[in-house]
Write a protein that binds this ligand. Structure first.
Ligand code: ATP
Ligand code: MG
Length: 222
């Protein structure tokens, strides 16, 4: 199945003069792909990721997500799709410091119908996907950066999203931890725990592990 199809997608910010952050971007991303988005600072990478995350809408063109045109949905409609189908992780892991791993992960189901049992079962499944089940009661301050990022990935996975979007996921990690996280993401795609992974990265060795690289310069994708 096709995860994303962009047809001449543009995003112009209404500054004076207008900022053309993305210009007529057309691309297809399929299930089973791990894709890197690269390019210099200010090129439009975060703007593109926000569109893919349904946090923002294009000002021109179309974005089809899993067969549905999402270009002109209301904020509520976008929010529903986002909470059910999209997982995100960031450079700084954004875990709650006073909560243990399992309850940080369960927060990933915040916008789902919930019961404590399903939340804990889902959280333990997600922690096992990132090999952190043995640390389920640990709080973030007792974890390494790599372990914190694993828990953040588990939180993103807990609602079984169709796609995992990553904004500089290894930006705060050393080489060894960074390699381990990338290997983990590769495994998640190959086992289809999450069918599609998209990574914004400045790190060439992270991009080398991806099936494909989308390079953006001055709002234009190549
Ligand atoms: N909300 C906004 N309003 C106005 N201009 C914006 C807004 N967000 C981004 N821009 C502009 O759009 C362009 C692309 O920005 P974007 O954040 O997508 O770059 P980036 O590739 O993620 O850069 P970096 O690698 O530094 O994170 C830049 O010129 C930026 O100043
Ligand atoms: Mg950015």
């Amino acid at each position: 199945m096709t995860t994303y199809e962009l047809v001449n997608a543009s995003r112009t910010f209404p500054t004076n003069p207008p900022t053309h952050a993305l210009r007529d971007v057309s691309l297809t991303i399929n299930e089973g792909e791990m894709v890197a988005i690269t390019g210099p600072s200010g090129a439009g990478k975060s703007t593109l990721l926000h569109l893919l995350a349904l946090l923002d809408s294009p000002t021109g063109g179309q974005i089809i997500f899993r067969g549905q045109d999402i270009s002109a949905l209301t904020e509520n409609q976008r929010c529903t799709i986002r909470s059910h189908q999209i997982g995100m992780i960031f450079q700084s892991f954004h875990l709650l410091s006073h909560r243990d791993a399992v309850s940080n992960v369960a927060l990933g189901r915040l916008y789902r119908p919930r019961t404590e049992t399903t939340d804990d079962t889902a959280a333990d499944w997600a922690l096992s996907q990132v090999s952190m089940q043995h640390r389920r009661l640990a709080t973030p301050k007792t974890m390494s950066g790599g372990e914190q990022q694993r828990v953040a990935i588990a939180r993103a996975l807990v609602g079984r999203p169709s796609v995992l979007l990553c904004d500089e996921p290894t930006g705060n990690l050393d080489r060894a931890n960074s390699d381990a996280i990338i290997e983990l993401l590769e495994n998640l795609v190959s086992t289809r725990a999450t069918p599609t992974v998209i990574i914004v990265t400045h790190d060439p060795s992270v991009a080398d592990h991806c099936n494909r690289r989308i390079h953006i310069e001055d709002g234009v994708a190549a």
